[in-house]
Design a protein around this ligand. Sequence first.
Ligand code: MG
Ligand code: MG
Length: 278
Amino acid sequence: MSWERQVCIKSAEEIKVMREAGVINAEALKAAAEACVPGNSTWDVNAAADAVLKKYHVVSAFKGVPGPIPYPSSTCVSVNNILVHGIPSRNVVLKEGDIVSIDCGATLRGYVADSAVTVGVGKVGEEAAKLMDATEGSLYEGILRMVPGNHLGDISAAIQAFAEDRGFYLTKQYTGHGVGRSMWEAPQVPNYGTAGVGLKLKAGMTLAIEPMLLIGTEDTKVMKDGWSVSSANKKLTGHFEHSIAITEDGPMILTLLDNDEPPVVFNPDHKNRILKKN
Ligand code: MG
Ligand code: MG
């Protein structure tokens, strides 16, 4: 079966529910980000997100995901060299200058929203700041290509070019993905690739785009807890993610707060129908 046949196209009603889930997920991430202060543990960061999910009676999309042990928490909280899948722990205490990636998934009436941010604890170093900027920037570069008629490779190539132009590396082992009726749907969305090739994008596709950037290597290593993924060289890592619906009017970011201005607008002047930042 081709990828195209496996990709679920969502109706406007389904996308509306995903947007509702996305707003709650964004609120959970905001609360978690605010808890990233010196002296708090990654357990505290998770608890802040968890409280928001509970307030809205939504189900965590992460808790219980099968693995070496069923995933125990509502979020992944990954500090410094941990790229993704850091298990919240009372033993991991944040200090000034750390960078923390928080990844959260919310399921509302059967529909999933998945997003992640990387934030600094207090003031961060220059390299950390550049890494976070490049990671978030590459996410938006990918999102800008999410218009009907483009190809999956356009998203991947845009992420890769933005990150590599700034001297960073991208993991090939972990990817973005379709999202909606479950947390992982077809297709995989690699953070590297060739423009103009791959699945043709259509309105109603919903994808989670998630660049994961490293310094000096693309290699990663799974830690002994079986979940946490570190950079092989133990250098800093960055991770940002949004769930996005492709619409005829361009990409609709589902995992923004309700009061966030849409950060992208359709640019009708651009010959490739690429969108640009507002
Ligand atoms: Mg995620
Ligand atoms: Mg994801």
